[in-house]
Design a protein around this ligand. Structure first.
Ligand code: DGL
Length: 259
């Protein structure tokens, strides 16, 4: 099974995209809602939670892991790769490649959680991939709770997004990375506020496309997984809004099992 984890519902945007790209492989999803958000926590805590999540997925049959969370990807990837023997994918490098290729001016914005921005992982990888680029990062800590709460079309959310994006608008970026898997839920509010000419790079879609390519190029990956079987979704806490958002993302009734 492809094991996918996030701090909450954001990683479901990755799981949904993986379902579309690799429909024959079953998915095992874990949303650590009881401990969300990760983005405001220290690197040590995020690594500890990520380790728990990976262990849970492997114990329940995952043979490939996708860290469907930019925050955990930015601080915990190395540790998980060292400690677990299954292939581990993250969501940052695929978004970096897309952004580096898409930007004409080389002025690239990145929005993410405080921990992702603090790690400077996007900035580092973007500069490695495209040395001429200028990277403008902005932490948007209020967006995850707004998305988890389902405030996806409220005036308050629009105002907060406008406020967060203003400095990036002033920098005249031409590409903006949605460096948090919750942000695709807010993409229709983000686009008009950053400007319609700015290309949005969705780290969830980029990660799923990357995984699809990896599976077609590397026979060892497909060999690790059996095909067929049911997708399963686990959460460490279950609330009404989580159920609603999960069903909005997948556009079908969702069974979320509590662990
Ligand atoms: N969805 C996660 C990300 O991509 C983090 C949300 C959180 O702060 O827990 O960074």
């Amino acid at each position: 099974m492809i094991g996918i984890f996030d701090s909450g519902v954001g990683g479901m945007t990755v799981a949904k995209a993986v379902e579309q790209v690799l429909p024959t492989y079953p998915i095992l999803y874990l949303g650590d809602l009881a401990r969300t958000p990760y983005g405001t926590k220290s690197a040590e805590t995020i690594i500890e939670y990520s380790r728990d999540n990976a262990r849970f997925l492997i114990e329940n049959g995952a043979t490939v892991i996708v860290i469907a969370c930019n925050t955990a990807s930015s601080v915990a990837t190395e540790t998980l790769r060292r400690e677990f023997s299954v292939p581990i994918f993250e969501v940052i490098s695929p978004a970096v490649s897309e952004a580096a290729a898409a930007s004409k001016s080389g002025r690239i914005g990145v929005i993410g959680t405080s921990a992702t921005v603090r790690s400077a992982m996007y900035e580092k990888l973007l500069r490695q991939t495209r040395p001429d680029c200028q990277v403008f990062q902005r932490a948007c800590p209020l967006l995850v709770p707004l998305a988890e709460e389902g405030w996806l079309n409220r005036q308050e959310t629009k105002m907060i997004i406008r406020r967060y994006l203003l400095p990036l608008r002033n920098q005249q970026i031409d590409t903006l990375v949605l460096g948090c898997t919750h942000y695709p839920l807010l993409a229709t509010l983000i686009q008009p506020r950053i400007g319609k000419r700015v290309r949005l790079i969705d780290s969830s879609l980029a990660a799923a496309a990357f995984l699809g390519r990896a599976f077609s190029e590397r026979t060892d990956l497909a060999g690790r997984l059996s095909t067929g079987g049911k997708n399963r979704f686990f959460v460490t806490d279950r609330t009404e809004s989580v159920q609603r958002i999960a069903e909005m993302i997948f556009r079908r009734p969702m069974e979320l099992d509590l662990v």
